[in-house]
Design a protein around this ligand. Structure first.
Ligand SMILES: Nc1ncnc2c1ncn2[C@@H]1O[C@H](COP(=O)(O)OP(=O)(O)OP(=O)(O)O)[C@@H](O)[C@H]1O
Ligand SMILES: [Mg+2]
Length: 252
């Protein structure tokens, strides 16, 4: 008799847990649905002027990234994933490209929404690396060869977050440890060419996360790492990267 009583109690417990789970899930999905997007790509078109004429790298793409969402952009090589990412950072112009159409809306929270596609460069300097962070696909081109790792890691913290030099150095060391770079103190004093490819990519990850951006763009963030090492980074699971560092993640 007592045995049956325990089973009934267990069944009730499971039903209660399942009902709670379902209600919470519905509530969460509704909440996501109501929230304004953090970033929106609206009919984006990007062109490059080349010696052979105009190349359309991105044609009419639209999607939203909502708060607490991880969005993955999938496409074959050359389909425009990196160019779309670079457009949100307004870096595409530095590679000879132009935003030929569409809008790139970024929600700056208390500072309101901006259309990154038409923002001036001084506004972009405040957003880039601070409110939007990016892990670049090619670490060597993302890092400045003439500055030490420490200088590149501390710069954003000093400029955007008002850290003192010593505070920024302390944080840089924490970031290096977080990115699992061996001998972080020695590595901080080195230049990018003195690091291995995997270490360089880890430095790029650390720089992107330094200012805890609202939006984190990860363009193939673990391509330069071997399979075992890439499992080891914060980008093993998209949601983990978001939870640990408080940024919303957009993967290319
Ligand atoms: N600076 C540039 N000048 C001319 N064309 C460019 C330039 N940068 C990119 N492109 C072209 O834009 C298109 C999209 O390139 P993109 O780098 O975005 O591809 P991707 O989807 O990121 O590819 P992958 O998976 O190989 O990284 C390609 O056809 C590429 O040749
Ligand atoms: Mg790419």
């Amino acid at each position: 008799m007592q045995y049956r009583f325990v089973i009934v109690n267990d069944v009730i417990e499971v039903v209660r847990w399942f009902t709670n789970f379902t209600f919470n899930r519905i509530r969460y999905l509704k909440m996501l649905d109501q929230k304004e997007p953090l970033a929106s790509f609206e009919n984006l078109r990007v062109e490059f002027d080349t010696k052979d004429g105009k190349v359309v790298a991105v044609e009419d793409i639209s999607f939203d990234i909502k708060p607490k969402q991880t969005v993955c952009l999938v496409g074959e090589s050359g389909s425009g994933k990196s160019v779309s990412s670079l457009s949100m950072m307004r870096l595409v112009e530095f590679g000879g490209g132009s935003l030929a159409g569409g809008k790139l809306i970024f929600n700056r929270g208390d500072k309101g929404k901006v259309d990154v596609a038409v923002s001036n460069q001084s506004q972009m300097r405040k957003i880039r690396g601070n409110e939007i962070g990016m892990i670049f696909q090619e670490p060597m081109t993302a890092l400045n060869p003439v500055f030490t790792v420490e200088r590149q890691l501390t710069e954003g913290l000093i400029v955007h977050k008002g850290f003192s030099k010593s505070q920024a150095k302390k944080r840089a060391l924490e970031l290096m440890t977080m990115a699992k770079i061996p001998e972080p103190e020695r590595r901080l004093k080195q230049f990018p060419h003195e690091l291995s490819g995997g270490m360089r990519q880890r430095v790029v990850i650390a720089i992107a996360l330094a200012c805890q951006p609202r939006l984190l763009i990860a363009d193939e963030p673990t391509t330069a790492l071997d399979v075992t090492s890439s499992r080891d980074t914060c980008f093993n699971k998209p949601a983990e990267g978001r939870n640990r560092y408080g940024s919303d993640v957009y993967y290319a």
